[in-house]
Design a binder for this molecule. Structure first.
Ligand SMILES: [Zn+2]
Length: 352
């Protein structure tokens, strides 16, 4: 695991390998910085319990009346089980609970409101998404130490979508769904584990997070769409242009007609058609044509026809322009292109 280290002089933060705890090095501002020692966690002795693993993700422990889902740490040493409202509906209990097993030893159990999902690392650290019975969207993220001590309790005024650890267990990332509370709506919040504190909260990535990797000064988030977001430890997106390009490619590939129109609109807001290079113009026309062939409203199709007609005119491709303007008229006789059609018909040699 990595330890978050902060320079007392210039506040530069960075992750350092846990093996360097207690040692010091020089920050770029020349201040000597000591990597903080982390308190040793003493696991409780616990007691052996009969664990019945019902399936890959569900277990029962008759002696403590536990029935619920669980997740193993990668090595399989720890198992975190939880009982939320769904599991406790059949019992007399009013609250949910989580339990931590090391092998078949029950280390501890803890009451929570309505645990929905949890994960544990090979070192026994835990991230849990606890539900609330509130009427408005909300959820609580807990980060717990291996002995059950509460390190972070962060309440979101939005439903929690996912939570999990990075590859090396050094940070926890939590994403939220849309909510009226703007500060928490569709956010990605990242916490360090050693020491446990919030690093940043920013707009969540598009898609589901499939991988989280921590570097000295960066956090890299990969989504199921194959997009990589590289963030600094204060949440600044370091590869904004690359993300934007990748998102556009995805929208063009998988999006509906309106997504396509959105892509064109965003490109035209950066530079006008006239200011674009020939390949850029070709792309615009190609995306417009794809949108035109998709399921968009007649009103939008009409606008696209007019735009394509104008572009064709700017290339002096009068025949093409005429076709687009005629399509516009077909969509709406009051399209306002009659004069242009008449002019083009006069200029173009009549065929047949
Ligand atoms: Zn410094």
């Amino acid at each position: 695991m990595l330890i978050l280290t902060e320079c007392p002089e210039c506040a530069t933060r960075g992750f350092v390998d846990q093996r360097f705890a207690g040692q010091s090095g020089r920050c770029k501002c020349a201040t000597e910085v000591t990597v903080p020692m982390q308190p040793t966690v003493h696991l409780p002795a616990g007691r052996a319990v009969p664990v019945v693993q019902v399936s890959e993700s569900f277990m029962e422990i008759p002696t403590i009346g536990f029935k619920g889902p669980f997740r193993s740490s990668d090595s399989g040493q720890f198992r975190l089980g939880w009982e939320g409202s769904f599991e406790i509906a059949l019992t007399a209990r009013k609250k949910g609970r989580i339990i931590l097993l090391s092998g078949d030893t029950l280390l501890w159990q803890k009451s929570l409101q309505d645990p929905v999902f949890g994960v544990t690392t090979d070192a026994g650290y835990i991230a849990v998404h606890d539900g609330t019975f509130s009427e408005t969207p909300s959820g609580v993220l807990y980060i717990l130490s291996p002995n059950g001590e509460e390190l972070v309790k962060h309440r979101f005024r939005a439903n929690i979508d996912s939570c999990g650890f990075s590859d090396d267990d050094s940070v926890v990332c939590c994403t939220t769904l849309a909510s009226e509370r703007v500060a928490d709506s569709c956010k990605m919040t990242v916490f360090s584990v050693l020491p446990a504190r919030m690093l940043f909260k920013r707009e969540r990535p598009v898609g589901n997070i499939t991988r989280l990797a921590v570097g000295q000064q960066t956090i890299q988030v990969t989504t199921d769409g194959g997009i990589e977001y590289r963030c600094s430890l204060d949440g600044t997106l370091l590869n904004e242009q690359a993300v934007k390009t990748k998102l556009e490619v995805l929208r063009i590939k998988n999006g509906n007609g309106y997504d396509l129109l959105g892509v064109v609109q965003s490109r035209l807001s950066e530079r006008t058609f006239d200011q674009m290079s020939p390949p850029q113009r070709y792309e615009i026309v190609r995306i417009f044509q794809k949108a035109q062939a998709s399921d968009i409203s007649d009103y939008c199709k009409l606008q696209v026809c007019r735009m394509l007609g104008e572009y064709a005119l700017s290339y002096n491709e009068k025949g093409k322009a005429l076709i687009y303007f005629q399509q516009a008229i077909e969509l709406n006789p009051k399209a306002g292109v009659k004069r242009k059609i008449k002019q083009l018909q006069e200029e173009l040699p009549t065929s047949g």
